[in-house]
Design a protein around this ligand. Structure first.
Ligand SMILES: *Cc1c(COP(=O)(O)O)cnc(C)c1O
Length: 361
């Protein structure tokens, strides 16, 4: 059965992207590959607002999130926790054997710059992890405000996850002073899952050079050495790189500012639909994500039934809540290639599905 994804990743992939991914294979040490790799670098750097290289890792985003942890921590990392992915990053730090402290906020609350200042001022930390857009609860942190604080601590290497926000709004890596920025392909870039993009500052590379037991597959100096030759350390998913090149063409054809405006507009359409129905937004007011809406189930509808009806009768899949807020919230993605027409069709289908969904006792 075929249905269209409106879950916050993976998202629907266009026919154009899928076709681009079926081009014939080339050797990953060939001049054709070097040309492909180097041809997309300037556009990727522009999208990240950086002069630093953009590495391509054949892994999901977690690969490079783990890479950051393994490469830059010598003393202790501060993990800012405010949702499922950021909570997990603390667990991953510990699993990598790194001393890790945390700032714990309720899910749906943004990372608090003052709490970051208080904690970093203790002087124990040499790295920090922050998730810009906590997809699990639809909460977007004011990354400029947090980075303004982090920049007060020059010994701290900053690692920012923009997995579900990259390319949907400007996140100016160099201007904000972000050392390591990570994204994945299956969220706002609307490619299939399996590739992660990561841009790393010279400072972070210099730190990595002094850290032991970085391993091989996720070794940042190894990525840098290969990058200088227009290559990746190991055989990459070449179809993804073809798909990425095609997506960059799409972004340039639309215009990046138009792309940002489209995400903001479609996000508001969904938000207004929810408000009109009586669903409250789950994240703190003013911190709702621009790439998805996470609604609290304030009407107490039978969410599994709603999700099921929407899928079986209308061919659309939304998400019935993540982790500990499953059933209490639902999430609708507007990231990727969505348009007024596709979001309009989804909202009409939601109206119809909601009308036949029972309210729980
Ligand atoms: C999806 C997501 C991840 C995990 O990405 P994978 O590609 O599954 O490894 C991490 N962080 C955020 C914010 C995400 O939305």
């Amino acid at each position: 059965m075929s249905y269209k994804l409106f879950i916050p990743g993976p998202v629907a992939v266009s026919e154009k992207t899928l076709r681009a991914m079926t081009q014939p294979m080339i050797g990953h040490r060939s001049s054709d590959f070097v040309a492909l790799y180097q041809s997309i670098q300037p556009d990727l750097q522009a999208l990240f607002y950086t002069k630093d290289p953009v590495y391509l890792s054949t892994s999901s985003a977690w690969g490079m999130m783990e890479a950051a942890v393994r490469n830059v921590i010598k003393r202790k990392v501060l993990n800012c926790m405010n949702g499922a992915f950021s909570d997990k990053w603390n667990d991953v730090s510990l699993r990598c054997g790194k001393p890790a402290g945390s700032i714990k906020s309720e899910w749906g609350q943004p990372v608090d710059p003052e709490a970051v200042r208080r904690e970093l001022a203790t002087g124990q930390y040499d790295a920090i992890t922050i998730i810009h857009n906590e997809t699990s609860c639809g909460c977007m942190t004011d990354i400029a405000a947090v980075m303004a604080v982090v920049r007060e601590f020059p010994e701290v290497i900053s690692v920012v996850d923009t997995v579900s926000s990259f390319s949907a709004l400007p996140i100016k890596k160099d201007e904000l002073g972000i050392d390591i920025i990570v994204t994945g392909t299956q969220k706002a870039l609307a490619l299939p899952p399996g590739l992660s993009l990561c841009s790393v500052s010279k400072r972070a590379l210099a730190r990595a050079a002094t850290v032991t037991e970085r391993g091989y597959y996720f070794d940042l100096p190894e990525f840098q050495a290969n990058h200088e030759k227009g290559m990746t350390p190991s055989t990459p998913s070449i179809p993804h790189i073809y798909g990425l090149k095609s997506k960059i063409e799409d972004i340039k054809a639309e215009g990046v500012e138009n792309r940002y405006a489209r995400h903001a507009r479609l996000n508001q359409l969904v938000r207004q639909w929810g408000a009109a129905k009586g669903f409250k937004l789950f994240p703190k007011e003013g911190y709702g994500s621009v790439t998805l809406n996470c609604f609290a189930n304030t009407l107490n509808v039978d969410l599994p039934a709603l999700v099921k009806t929407l899928k079986s009768k209308h061919g659309f899949l939304i998400d019935g809540g993540y982790g500990k807020i499953k059933g209490k919230t639902f999430r609708i993605s507007n990231m990727g290639d969505e348009t007024d027409e596709t979001i309009g069709a989804l909202l009409r289908a939601l109206d119809s599905a909601l009308a036949e969904t029972p309210v729980l006792p």
